[in-house]
Design a protein around this ligand. Structure first.
Ligand SMILES: C[S@@+](CC[C@H](N)C(=O)[O-])C[C@H]1O[C@@H](n2cnc3c(N)ncnc32)[C@H](O)[C@@H]1O
Length: 219
């Protein structure tokens, strides 16, 4: 018989953290405070472990960011994009429309005024209105915990293909929860070279770096 366990958010520390009104981090020599709003906005309004591991990876200098043009997909609270900006990149931080108000507030609160001009917050629903974003126009594409909804996988793939050129580095920080997540990576390998470049066991987060395969020339 299946037991119905009442959900008590305080009984599981990892879940209770999602309900905190704000969370603090220290990256790029700054104390960051990200506002969360799980009750109103759900998954888009809390900081996921994948974003934290991606920030650690960027802070270690594993990818060149200074002066680079970066876009973050499914940014949620925007932690990864904010840290990329603090590390010197020009960043477009994107998510679906309902997430943008909180995202803008977090950018405002955590990026110093002199660097605000290097950050844009913009609506990007995967697969839609891609012509508003330059094809192959980014040095780095960031995604933290964005591989999780099977119905979005084709649109997410189209988005990665649109934004990337041969020289783009796509960094995806993922917790692999289901076989379908592995299937997404296999599908990504049809048009990108995909390497696992980092794994953090404590948070169970993998970082994959993908580079677009050169289009095969017709012989
Ligand atoms: C698990 S959250 C991760 C948020 C953030 N990157 C982090 O790691 O803290 C997934 C994010 O993907 C966004 N998302 C889901 N489906 C999307 C879609 N079709 N287009 C754009 N963003 C989407 C959600 O709004 C949410 O912010």
């Amino acid at each position: 018989m299946m037991a119905l366990v009442p959900y008590d958010r305080n009984s599981i520390p990892a879940l209770s953290k999602l309900h905190d009104p704000s969370v603090e981090f220290h990256f790029a020599n700054r104390r960051l405070r990200l506002t969360q709003d799980w009750n109103r906005l759900g998954v888009a309004a809390v900081v996921w472990d994948a974003a934290v591991v991606l920030c650690m990876y960027m802070e270690l200098g594993q990818i060149e960011l200074a002066g680079k043009t970066v876009i973050e997909l499914g940014a949620g609270t925007g932690l990864a994009g904010i840290v990329a900006a603090l590390l010197g990149a020009r960043v477009t931080i994107t998510d679906r429309e309902p997430a943008l108000e909180l995202l803008r507030a977090n950018v405002h609160d955590n990026v110093p005024p002199e660097q605000q001009g290097a950050v844009a917050v913009s609506e990007l629903t995967w697969g839609e209105g891609l012509e508003r974003y330059p094809a192959g126009g980014y040095d780095v594409v960031l995604g933290a915990d964005i591989v999780y909804l099977e119905e979005t996988f084709p649109a997410l793939l189209r988005t990665l293909e649109h934004l990337s050129s041969d020289g783009t580095a796509v960094l995806l920080a993922c917790r692999i929860r289901y076989d379908r997540d592995v299937a997404f990576l296999d599908r990504l390998r049809q048009s990108f070279d995909v390497q696992e470049v980092h794994y953090e066991a404590q948070r169970d987060v993998h970082i994959y770096r993908a580079a677009k395969l050169q289009a095969r020339r017709e012989l």
